[in-house]
Design a protein around this ligand. Structure first.
Ligand code: KIV
Length: 269
C-alpha cells in the first residue's frame, strides 16, 4: 500500500480504523462542520471527519467550546453527513451532554448517530469510565480523547500542554479497556504521545502529541489559514485561504465600485 493511500476507497468503517496499525496505514482526520467542507474532505481522500465542538470557536466565535449544545452538534452532524459518501464521521459529544450520567451519554450519543455520525467522541479517561461502559453496552462506537481536553479548559487554567505522564497513561488505558475503537491524544509531550501509542492497541490520533501516533487530526480552519484567534505551535498551515479570501473580497468590492463587474457575460440576453 502506498504511503499516501487513504485507508479505504470504499466507505471507511470502524473495523477499518482498528486495522490501520496492522496494515501500516497512518490515519488522516480533519474537522468539518458543514456540507461543502465535508464534500471537499470526502473527495480529498481524508479517512475520517470529526464534527468537532471546536465549531464553538471557529464557527461561532466563542472563547471556548463550552457553549456548544447537543442540538447544535446534531445540526452540524446532519449537514456533514449529507456531504459524505466515504469518510468515517465522528461527532463530538459537547460539554454537559454526557457528564451527568451514563444514561445521558447514551441518549446524547444516540441522537448524534441518528443525525448521521458513525461514532462519537468524548473527553476524559478514568473519570469517564461509567459513560464509556454504557456506550459500549449500547453498541455505540466511541473515540476517546485524553491529554489537553478543551472542555476542561477552566480546570487546566487554559489550553495548556498536559505533562503528568502517569495520569495520561492511566487515562489512555481506561479508554482502551472500556472498549473505545480509537483515541485522540491532544497537547502532550512527544514522548508521552509515543508512550501512549506503544501502550494501547487501538489507533491513536494525535494533535500536538508528536509524530509517533497512528494518525493525526487538525481543525479545518487551522490547516487552511482561516482562523487567527490563536495559533497553537502544533498547527501547520497547508494553505493561506484567509489571505486569498481577503484579496478576492477586495477585488470584488473594487470591481463593483468601478462598474467592471458584472460584465456583459454575466447578464441574461
Ligand atoms: O473539537 C475538536 O475539533 C477536537 C479536535 C481538536 C481533536 O476535539
Amino acid at each position: 500500500m502506498s504511503a499516501s493511500a487513504p485507508l479505504s476507497s470504499k466507505p471507511v468503517t470502524v473495523p477499518d480504523f482498528l486495522s490501520a496499525r496492522a496494515r501500516g496505514v497512518r490515519l488522516t482526520m480533519l474537522t468539518a462542520y458543514d456540507y461543502s467542507m465535508a464534500r471537499l474532505l470526502d473527495e480529498g481522500g481524508v479517512d475520517a471527519i470529526l464534527v468537532g465542538d471546536s465549531l464553538g470557536m471557529v464557527m461561532q466565535g466563542n472563547a471556548n467550546a463550552l457553549t456548544v449544545t447537543l442540538d447544535e452538534m446534531i445540526y452540524h452532524t446532519r449537514c456533514v453527513a449529507r456531504g459524505v459518501t466515504r469518510c468515517l464521521i465522528v461527532a463530538d459529544l459537547p460539554f454537559l451532554s454526557y457528564q451527568v450520567s451514563p444514561g445521558q451519554a447514551v441518549r446524547s450519543a444516540g441522537k448524534l448517530l441518528k443525525a448521521g455520525a458513525h461514532a462519537v467522541k468524548l473527553e476524559g479517561g478514568v473519570r469517564m469510565l461509567p459513560a464509556l461502559d454504557a456506550l459500549q453496552r449500547a453498541d455505540i462506537p466511541v473515540m476517546g480523547h485524553v491529554g489537553l481536553t478543551p472542555q476542561s479548559v477552566h480546570r487546566m487554567g487554559g489550553f495548556k500542554v498536559q505533562r503528568d505522564a502517569e495520569e495520561l497513561l492511566a487515562d489512555a488505558r481506561a479508554v482502551e479497556a472500556a472498549g473505545a475503537f480509537s483515541l485522540v491524544v491532544e497537547g502532550v509531550p512527544t514522548a508521552v504521545g509515543k508512550a501512549i501509542t506503544e501502550m494501547v492497541t487501538i489507533p491513536t490520533i494525535g494533535i500536538g502529541a508528536g509524530p509517533d501516533c497512528d494518525g493525526q487530526v487538525l481543525v479545518w480552519h487551522d490547516l487552511l489559514g482561516l482562523f487567527d484567534g490563536f495559533r497553537p505551535k502544533f498547527v501547520k498551515r497547508y494553505a493561506e485561504l484567509g489571505v486569498s479570501a481577503r484579496e478576492a473580497l477586495a477585488a470584488y468590492c473594487a470591481e463593483v465600485r468601478s462598474g467592471a463587474f458584472p460584465g456583459a457575460e454575466h447578464g441574461f440576453q
